[in-house]
Design a protein around this ligand. Structure first.
Ligand code: IMP
Length: 432
């Protein structure tokens, strides 16, 4: 089985933990989009790991981690992450494979990211300032530099020319930028010496792996509502975190995806700007933030919090053809007397069940809530039948209104605080 795991909300759904849980059943974990804007948090034995670029599968010895062509790669960020992993005894060695077609994030991309945000003023997106958007802009604008270009022995356009042209153009745009293209070129060539052993044609590598019967887990970053096409544009990231990104971002056909697992929190969060219909700016929102420790893994920004938005997750189920959901952080709702679920939006005098494309409509959407009874404690529960009846009723209602079965329920931050429902397709994937 080859399975995609991706976000069904605005990112930060807990994909890192779910990928970590599933990894022992796969020999390869492959990232297909995004860059080091992602922050996948995993707790192992009480120790916290935040992975930004390298798939969470790296924490399992023997697992090969792939960085696909759909990812934008900052070599310095990669080296820093490898250094951090090695410091805590996680050997990377030859367990990473990097696409020769992945585009590079260069120093001026970070500057341009910050510059573009300043230009947007009040309509800023709230990016992670990692240079992600400008790197994808250069890719689509056909002036990007790919990993493989660094080692191209007979380039049509020499690397030095491309770097010089790009840096000069950026210096012109950013009046106070005086970046020296020679320095950028030297850094790139030095990075190539380190990257070279890991660089391959990822599509060919994955085809060979499939022929050898090795199972692949496709790891999405961000979430459906941050997808450049299907998210709350323009308040999105610059790549396709939805399932289509697996094919374009790794060079595999749709037949190479046997199942799609959407990850959703038992409530909703969002970091950065843009509309979020169930956002709570009151004490309840505060309580969710504190209980869920809702602060950005990359930037430390407080996340906006609100009740579960079934309109969003239902939309994610459709856009991605979700086979099942992994419902995370159920324990954060412990102790609430009543819990609300948004099942539709009220926009003007209409009740809307499908997530609208138009930002104006989303901004005016008033959640239509259903209220369910709360429960005392689910934290650390590891068997479905041990959950309080109200929690099981809550999950059943989410399944009904979202249209996707909850194959996994997570009840705490540790690796083992999790329930895999044997009767679901996830149980079958894992041979339970
Ligand atoms: P960018 O990806 O840095 O361009 O940021 C664009 C938007 O996506 C901003 O609202 C970010 O906060 C958001 N974003 C990017 N990566 C993540 C993530 O991993 N989790 C949650 N939000 C993210």
């Amino acid at each position: 089985m080859n399975i995609a795991v991706l976000g069904a909300q605005w990112g930060d759904e807990g994909k890192g933990k779910i990928v970590d849980l599933l990894t022992p059943h796969f020999s390869i974990v492959a990232r297909y989009q995004g860059g080091h804007n992602a922050g996948h948090t995993v707790y192992v034995g009480g120790r916290k790991f935040v992975l930004r670029l390298i798939p969470s599968g790296i924490l399992h010895p023997g697992t090969v981690c792939v960085i696909g062509n759909g990812v934008v790669l900052d070599p310095q960020a990669l080296f820093a992450e490898i250094g951090q992993l090695e410091q805590v005894g996680v050997e990377v060695g030859d367990r990473i494979v990097i696409s020769n077609r992945a585009h590079l994030i260069l120093p001026y991309h970070r500057e341009l990211d910050v510059f573009a945000e300043t230009q947007r003023g009040e309509r800023k997106i709230g990016t992670t300032s990692r240079g992600i958007g400008p790197a994808y802009e250069d890719k689509i604008g056909r002036r990007g530099i790919r990993v493989g270009d660094l080692g191209d022995p007979s380039p049509v356009v020499p690397l030095a020319d491309v770097v010089r042209q790009n840096v000069e153009a950026r210096n012109h745009l950013l009046h106070d930028s005086h970046l020296d293209w020679h320095v950028v070129l030297d850094q790139l060539l030095a990075a190539w010496e380190r990257l070279r052993p890991w660089v391959r044609d990822v599509s060919a590598f994955l085809a060979e792996a499939r022929r050898d019967g090795r199972a692949v887990l496709y790891e999405g970053a961000q979430g459906t509502m941050l997808d450049i096409d299907h998210g709350t544009y323009p308040y999105v990231t610059s790549s396709n975190g939805t399932v289509g990104g697996v094919c374009t971002g790794l060079g595999v056909g749709p037949g190479a995806i046997d199942g799609v697992l959407g990850v959703a929190k038992a409530y909703t969060t969002r970091v950065g700007d843009g509309p979020m219909p169930t956002e709570l700016t009151d004490a309840v929102g505060e309580r969710l933030r504190a209980a869920g420790n809702e602060f950005g893994a990359v930037t430390g920004r407080p996340r906006r919090c609100g009740w579960y938005d079934a309109v969003v997750v239902r939309y994610a189920a459709r856009v991605n053809g979700l086979s099942a959901l992994a419902l995370t952080k159920l324990d954060v709702l412990d102790g609430f007397e009543a819990i609300r679920v948004c099942t539709a939006y009220r926009i003007g005098d209409r009740t809307v069940h499908d997530f609208p494309a138009e930002l104006g409509l989303v901004s005016r959407a008033e959640p239509v809530y259903e209220t369910l009874p709360g429960w005392a404690r689910t934290a650390g529960v590891r068997r479905y039948e041990d959950l309080p009846v109200e929690a099981r009723r809550y999950i059943a209602r989410l399944e009904e209104v979202t249209g996707a079965p909850a194959g996994i329920v997570s009840t705490g931050s540790d690796r083992d605080d999790v329930i895999v429902r044997r009767e679901s397709c996830v149980g079958a994937w894992l041979g339970k």
